[in-house]
Write a protein that binds this ligand. Sequence first.
Ligand code: GUN
Length: 289
Amino acid sequence: MAAKIIDGKAISAQIRAELAEEVKKLQQETSVTPGLAVVLVGDNPASKVYVGQKEKACEELGLVSKKYVLPGDASEKELLDLVEQLNNDPEIDGILVQLPLPKQIDENKVIAAIHPDKDVDGFHPVNVGRLVIGTEGFKPCTPYGVIHLLKRSDVQLTGAEAVVVGRSNIVGKPVALMLLQENATITVCHSKTKDLGEVCRRADVLVVATGRPKTVTADMVKDGVVVIDVGVNRLENGKLVGDVDFDAVSQKASAITPVPGGVGPMTIAMLMYNTVNSAKRRAGVPVMA
Ligand code: GUN
């Protein structure tokens, strides 16, 4: 049986439409408009595209976006000074410093300099700690998007066997913690896992984020599994594929995300979600769950 396609494009569009309503309501009731500062250092072409997409999303939803561009040879101090200025800017609810940064700048130092309550990327150690403890804080956008995809597709997480393949700080580790928070039983696999297929076959929900095409093949999943493919890989023939052998695995899965059009569109939607929630905190109104 062919799997149901979990349509990230449609779900993210729905979230963005809901957020546009939330922004309108917030402005009417409190006159607060959510503001996002996006900082770009240098001229990495991919980063420029991402920053452009983030600005466009802000515009569509009625958020104020302020873009700051520093030259590629900017010093760490220049960037830290800008972050400090944005920390103190009362109209900025979220600060996003686009990664990667040029090599003369220590990324961890910059992330740590962002005020945790404006860290809409959810990368600051304080927000990582909040995620571990399970208290309110910003959750990183891509894994948070995975959870929203699962919830809006009515996938049962309580008691589910959830297997995460990949242990990155940006996806694998945080998505495992979020699934645990949803009462799933979690297993995290990585490059040193002895028998990946054996572990993956236990999964009711399988999240794959390795950055390697065909990490998961059809023999490695059980019938009815729900598969979330976080990977984005460009093949030599120019085709964009995920980390899962989509054609074969979708014959066994009950639901699966495509690449492109699965997790990808959710990341910016969740960045907007975090920024709107930050503005709600500033305005003193209840945040979205
Ligand atoms: N570069 C690639 N993805 C991201 C992201 O989610 N946040 C930031 N700040 N930089 C990135």
